[in-house]
Design a protein around this ligand. Structure first.
Ligand code: UDP
Ligand code: MG
Length: 349
């Protein structure tokens, strides 16, 4: 029983775009992951729905209830009497990123706007984000220029993390952590998000050639409920960034990074060996009491291990791409591929 439950919830997280059959049937999908936000649901809908009505576009709101243990589910059931509000209830808490992924898989809009369910983002800003998309951008990222969270424990670590992310990724944004963003739907296709990675979607999109811009948005202090995160999130984000960098740059050639590290270690081992022999032959000093023998053996063993792991990773890449029929290139468009091939003249002559 537990097993079948787990399999079902995993499928919800991992199946690519499974339910997104009738895409494009509304103009805007607003995605809101919520975890224990019972007091925020009604006030949020009270502000969000009039703001969306004012846009003059068709819309849907998808709440993803990430395994809340308070009255969130009942509150959502109540607001869902408005048929434009759709609700996905998870069986257990899996995290904001996974909740967002489920929302993306089930969204029907041409434009996808994720936002927080605690009223820290302002529904009034959605119009501005959409106007920016209409100017021709593919992704518009909100920037909490005047962030209303504690300075020492929230805003400062987040500022430092943002600097680090923009340096490593080469994509210049001031605020990766702001949930309120707007994406053209195509920009989100083909991604699987894990860990805390939803904040890196603009980076992926940029790397794939999307036009990206940032726009200041309002930010309000949290009125009801508590923040779900502490300082440990900064560490998670930094580790996720390492994964993103590795996967995007070395996904199809892991031997380069493992092999490079392996060769470095072996080089170190060889240098230490040469120096040890030099000490013995030229200076007549025994190297036994120096750290050199340790360096030689550790360098060699680590180097060989790295290269073997690289080969193993190459094997995994092949299994991944070939067994699942995936390709490691992504085609934007193709011309004249739906026509029959031209007649073969050589047969007629
Ligand atoms: N959230 C979620 N699952 C979690 C943690 C958070 O769906 O495991 C939701 C939460 O309900 C809120 C949004 O993600 O709508 C942002 O969370 P929070 O306000 O706690 O983050 P902060 O604003 O403090 O960075
Ligand atoms: Mg919040």
């Amino acid at each position: 029983m537990t097993r079948s439950l787990r399999t079902r919830s995993m499928t919800l997280l991992l199946a690519p775009g499974s339910a997104a059959m009738d895409t494009g049937t509304v103009s805007v999908s607003v995605l809101i992951p919520v975890y224990n936000e019972e007091d925020n649901i009604a006030p949020l809908c009270g502000r969000l729905i009039p703001a969306l009505d004012g846009l003059g576009r068709s819309f849907e709101v998808i709440f993803v209830n990430d395994g809340s243990t308070d009255g969130t589910e009942a509150e959502l059931q109540r607001v869902a009497s408005d048929r434009r509000i759709r609700v996905i209830n998870f069986r257990r808490n899996v995290g904001q990123t996974a909740a967002m992924m489920a929302g993306i898989d089930h969204a029907r809009g041409d434009v996808i706007v994720p936002m927080d369910g605690d009223l820290q983002n302002d529904p009034q800003d959605i119009a501005g984000l959409l106007a920016k998309l209409d100017e021709g951008y593919d992704v518009v990222s909100g920037w909490r220029a005047d962030r209303q969270d504690g300075f020492l424990l929230r805003t400062l670590p987040s500022k430092m993390a943002n600097k680090l992310i923009s340096t490593i990724s080469g994509v210049k944004l001031n605020d990766y952590g702001c949930t309120l963003k707007a994406y053209r739907r195509q920009m989100l296709q083909g991604y699987r998000l894990y860990g805390e990675m939803h904040r890196f979607v603009p980076i992926y999109a940029r790397w794939q050639g999307a036009k990206l811009t940032e726009m200041p948005v309002r930010h309000h202090p949290r009125r009801h409920g508590q923040s779900k995160y502490g300082l440990e999130r900064v560490l998670k984000v930094v580790l996720d960034l390492v994964v993103v960098k590795f996967l995007t740059q070395y996904e199809t050639k892991p031997i380069y990074i493992f092999g490079f590290a392996g060769l470095m270690f072996m080089g170190l081992s060889v240098l230490a060996g040469i120096y040890a022999i030099y000490l013995k032959l030229v200076d007549g000093i025994s190297f036994i009491l120096t750290p050199l023998p340790l360096l030689v053996t550790m360098g060699l063993v680590t180097g060989v291990m790295c290269i073997l792991m690289g080969l193993l990773a190459e094997l995994l890449v092949r299994i991944y791409f070939e067994s699942q029929g995936k390709s490691h290139y992504s085609i934007k468009t193709m011309l004249n591929f739906d026509e029959p091939p031209p007649p073969d003249r050589s047969l007629r002559d």
